[in-house]
Design a binder for this molecule. Structure first.
Ligand code: IMP
Length: 195
């Protein structure tokens, strides 16, 4: 198996500016980041049934196109009372963030169990057929109504455990310490440090 060596640059398999900003803020350091958008105008379809499947498809594709160490992630919101929905389909649960949030709140109307978890899987693909997996989870509750304006996606309705405000009210500084992506990326950062 190819040995992983400290990369000078990493290609991020996402075009989402919020995610790119979060990844840079958490990883920081001396690494240069490029985006798959710098190489290609098309996106990979997320057709897998798990976060790992989707993340691996994106990471392998980005490595193939760029020829450089690539980092892909897939994430989603898993709601206990909805049997884990929207889960791996979080991005496709409605046509925009507003519609997705409205759908979730409607499905949870009169539901007392508001427990939910954000999960993230990062895959660092650094040589042909060779990669490492990093996972992170942030537990919390679904709010009764959307609150706050920072972040993206389901941030206005997710209250992380130990807090009374939503991610969208807490802001990016707090979110980048405790989020599912932060936890997975901190693991990835440790891995890079040890190379
Ligand atoms: P993907 O990882 O780009 O496939 O996106 C998964 C979807 O899950 C996003 O489009 C959001 O709807 C949702 N999601 C993932 N992470 C977050 C987050 O940190 N805040 C809010 N929504 C998120």
């Amino acid at each position: 198996m190819a040995r992983s060596v400290k990369p000078r640059s990493i290609v991020l398999a996402t075009r989402n500016p919020h995610k790119i900003a979060e990844i840079k803020a958490i990883l920081g350091g001396r690494i240069q980041y490029e985006s798959i958008g710098d190489f290609l105008g098309i996106s990979v379809k997320e057709a897998g049934r798990t976060l790992v499947d989707n993340s691996l498809t994106k990471a392998a594709f980005t490595f193939k196109v760029s020829g450089k160490p690539s980092l892909a992630d897939d994430s989603g919101l898993f709601i206990e009372a909805l049997d884990g929905k929207p889960g791996v389909y979080s991005a496709r649960y409605g046509s925009d963030d507003n519609e997705r949030i409205t759908k979730v709140l409607k499905q949870l109307a009169n539901e007392k169990n508001r427990r939910a978890s954000f999960k993230a899987v990062f895959i660092y693909y650094y040589a042909p057929n060779t990669y490492a997996v990093f996972e992170g989870e942030c537990r919390g509750m679904i709010a009764d109504e959307p609150r706050g304006s920072s972040g993206f996606g389901y941030d206005p309705i997710f209250i992380p455990k130990g807090y009374s405000k939503t991610f969208a009210e807490l802001g990016e500084k707090v979110k980048n310490r405790i989020s599912h992506r932060a936890k997975a990326l901190i693991r990835f950062k440790k891995y890079l440090t040890n190379l």
